[in-house]
Each structure stands twice: as C-alpha cells, then as structure tokens.
Design a binder for this molecule. Structure first.
Ligand code: S3P
Length: 196
C-alpha cells in the first residue's frame, strides 16, 4: 500500500532519517527556486547527504562564483560546472545535488543528468525568485526582472526536458517543497528505507 505523506505538515517529526537514495537526485530550476534549501532540508529529514554544486565549485576553485565569472567568463565557469557535474553524478554514494540554474544549458550536462540520476525541477517565476534572493549581486546572470523573465522562458523547455518530476514552488516555503519532494521521491522508489 502506498504510504501517505502529508507534505503540508509544518514539521518533519514523522521523518525518521533512515533512508537512502537509489540514485543521485538533481535539483534544477532557475536561481532563487529554493534548490539549495530544499535539498538541505530533505537531506536532514531523510538522513542522506546533500551537496550544492556552486558551493562545491567555489571551494574547489577557492573563489566565489561571481569571481570565477569575472576572471574566466561564463564559458570558463560552464566548463568547471560540467566537470563537477560529471564527478558528482558518479560519486560512490548517491546524494542530493542542488545544481546551478544554468546547468541545463549544455547538451552534455542534460545527458549527464538524464543518464545518471533522477531530476527534480523546482519551477519558479522571476518575481518570486527575485524576492527570495537576498543579494542579487551574487548571481551575475540574474540581471533585472525583465531579463530574468526572458531567461526563465528560454530555459523552461530545457528544465522540462530533463525533469522526471516538476514541483511548483509558487507561494510556498522551502519546508513545504521539501516535504513534497520527500513524498514524491518515496512514491517513485528513489528514496527507500535503509537498513543502516
Ligand atoms: C546561474 C545560477 C547560479 C550560478 C551561476 C549561474 C545561472 O546558481 O550557478 O551564477 O546561469 O542560472 P543558482 O541557481 O544556485 O543561483
């Protein structure tokens, strides 16, 4: 019987933190969709690991993403992004990976995502994304609201192409989104009980 999980509950006390992932789960979506927070909250509830690609890139280059863009340009950043994605896609223990918003741009990345894991698209509007990002200057490609709307429109088919699951984030907090992701990943057999 399918276990019913009420993702509207305001706490995660029903989670017993004893799950494992059968494959990596990649969170994709535009900047400000909540990928990093959702992956972190879900990781905490389920007892699995989460890694944020931008943080990983910044640590391995010892430079902030903004600085990498300034010094190596977008092209340089995208090359590093693909290398890191490839590495995370085949890590020995599957983990939750929050990807940078532009990860879907390269065809090679879309293939890595689809071939190696389960992809969750967190759908967001430009207005909502802007209200969630505390410091827009950390996102070199966000631009103004009109530019952000245009980028979302251009990228939407790419997000949808790779997505195994789309979650609408409109008007919701990251806790609610994480609970829905938890429920859906369990339903789809991606998050399973661990014997640990
Ligand atoms: C980018 C999104 C950013 C970061 C970089 C480029 C994009 O990540 O990778 O600034 O092209 O959308 P977040 O989506 O985590 O903000």
């Amino acid at each position: 019987m399918t276990e019913v999980f009420d993702f509207r509950k305001s706490s995660d006390e029903s989670a017993d933190r004893s799950y494992k992932l059968v494959m990596p789960v990649f969170f994709v979506g535009f900047m400000g969709a909540g990928k990093t927070s959702v992956a972190r909250k879900l990781a905490r509830s389920a007892g699995v690991t989460a890694v944020d690609m931008d943080t990983y890139i910044a640590r391995s280059c010892d430079m902030k993403v903004k600085q990498i863009f300034a010094e190596a340009g977008e092209e340089g950043f995208r090359q590093i992004e693909t290398d890191v994605l490839r590495e995370l896609a085949c890590s020995s223990e599957p983990q939750l990976v929050s990807c940078g918003g532009g990860v879907v741009l390269a065809e090679e990345n879309r293939r890595i995502l689809s071939d190696n894991g389960y992809v969750v698209h967190l759908r967001v509007t430009a207005d909502e994304a802007a209200s969630r990002i505390s410091d827009i200057s950390t996102r070199p490609l966000f631009g103004d609201l009109d530019q952000a709307r245009q980028i979302i429109e251009d990228r939407m088919p790419l997000y949808e192409e790779v997505a195994n699951l789309t979650i609408d984030t409109a008007g919701r907090g990251t806790g609610s989104i994480a609970r829905e992701a938890f429920a859906r990943l369990k339903e789809n057999g991606i998050l399973v009980r661990s014997s640990r």
